[in-house]
Design a binder for this molecule. Sequence first.
Ligand SMILES: [Fe+2]
Length: 357
Amino acid sequence: MDIKGIAEEVCKKTGVETTGRDVEKVLSGLTSSSHFWEVVCTAREPFSVVAEVVEVLKRTRLVKVDEQGDIYFTPEGMKFLKSRGITPRKDYTCPACEGRGIGLEKLKELVQKFDEVTADRPKAIIDYDQGFVTTRTVVSRIALMADRGDLEGKKLLVLGDDDLVSIAAGLSGMPAEVVVMEIDDRLVEYINDKATKLGLPVKAIKYDFREKLPDEYVGYFDTFTTDPPETLEALEVCMGRGLTGLSGEGCAGYFGLTRTEASLKKWNLFQQMLVDKFKVAITDIIDDFNHYVNWDYLLGSIRDDYSFVQVKPRLNWYRSSMYRIETLSGFKGMENKSMPCELYIDQEALIYRPGQM
Ligand SMILES: [Fe+2]
């Protein structure tokens, strides 16, 4: 089978548009690592596409999978790579900042304080598709917002906060006020408790972003930050709420978007939505900015029919790009009313429910 044939088969099986170049990226990832989750990370392709490419390679005996779930090219596989000119991926990521372009030297104390304060944080649970980011990521988010002039003396809306960005922001001493809107009671209580004990200008309220924004917070904030679920509908509602919370032009929104659960086709549709519908400018997209700490429920929540997928990750493989958007005159939020939508499941989702594909 040639590369184009593999792409067609993967596309048919997953329902995700897949090109020969996409397949090449997975092949290239597999030449540098035998670990499935590292390949998902480096290939920057949807999870379902990587899994299906590996499955086709396995079936056609170009790779084999050992008892640990590691994936290796067979001699035929090696010949296949050579004849198509596939080489290992080059990685020149800056090791000091992990590619974020943010130096944390001036924020060492905040890194340490955040770790101390949040040592007893609630565990990530599947109910709300949680999975929080590393401390270096959280503090880099604070640094990025401050660097862009969106944090110091500003009012910050944190829409969903299992990452505890609100606590890091409070500890930084920079924002005037931080309001967290969060669906998980455990986190609302945890954040309010820490804020009281530490005297931080942070308040958490229970909120489901499918509901309308509380009236007092419409047009109230300077900046919002969120880590949205990645169905297109959820992205739309989440952006709509964040933007509705902003006070006018020149305000900013920050959020992560993955390659693992969002194909470039979805990126394209989403970017069009940001520009055409919401009328904002996309000022920054920082690849692989957000690194997530591995969460306990992963293997129980994904497909179990491929042995090479049911492998415990050996690295913080789940990453997302950091977007910054800025409002222009004439920007639009959304009508402030409740909006039911599918949050978690589409063809590109990591979480698997029977009948999904
Ligand atoms: Fe760097």
